[in-house]
Write a protein that binds this ligand. Structure first.
Ligand SMILES: [Cu+2]
Length: 141
C-alpha cells in the first residue's frame, strides 16, 4: 500500500507543474526518477478534454441571427458533441455558455469548436452567448 500514497498525492501536483510551466519543470524541478514515471501520464490527453470518438455530433452554426438550430433535443445521460462554427463577426457571440452544465467556451471566428456535454437531468437548459442575449434551448428527455 505504501507506493500508492506518494504517486496518488504527487500526480495532480506534477500535472499542474507540467501544465503551467513545462520547460522549467522538466529541467529543474523533477528529479530523474519522477520525470520518468510522469512521462506516460503526460503523454495522455487531458481527461476533461477527451471527446468520445463515437459520440453523436451536432453542428451548430453561429450566425448573425443567433444559433442554428436554436433548439436541441438531447437524451439524458448521452454524451453529444456540440460542434460550433461561428461565422458572424458579432462580438456578442465570441463566447458561449451553458450555465446549467458549467460550460463556457470561446468561439474564434470561422474555427470549429467542439464541446462534449452529457446532460444528467431532464428538462430545459439554455445555450447562450456570454452576455445571455442570444439563446438556444436544449431539451433533455
Ligand atoms: Cu451576446
Amino acid at each position: 500500500m505504501r507506493p500508492l500514497l506518494p504517486s496518488a498525492a504527487g500526480f495532480p501536483l506534477l500535472l499542474a507543474i507540467v501544465g503551467c510551466n513545462q520547460p522549467s519543470a522538466a529541467d529543474n524541478a523533477a528529479p530523474a526518477d519522477k520525470a520518468s514515471t510522469a512521462a506516460p501520464e503526460a503523454a495522455k490527453p487531458a481527461a476533461d478534454g477527451a471527446i468520445p470518438a463515437d459520440a453523436k455530433r451536432i453542428e451548430i452554426a453561429v450566425v448573425d441571427e443567433g444559433f442554428s438550430p436554436s433548439t436541441l433535443d438531447l437524451k439524458k445521460g448521452e454524451t453529444v458533441v456540440l460542434r460550433f462554427n461561428r461565422t458572424t463577426k458579432s462580438g456578442c457571440l465570441n463566447a458561449i455558455e451553458i450555465p446549467d452544465l458549467g460550460v463556457k467556451k470561446e468561439l474564434p471566428l470561422n474555427t470549429p469548436v467542439e464541446v462534449a456535454i452529457t446532460p444528467q437531468k431532464e428538462g430545459k437548459m439554455t445555450l447562450q452567448c456570454w452576455m445571455a442575449m442570444v439563446k438556444a434551448t436544449i431539451n433533455v428527455t
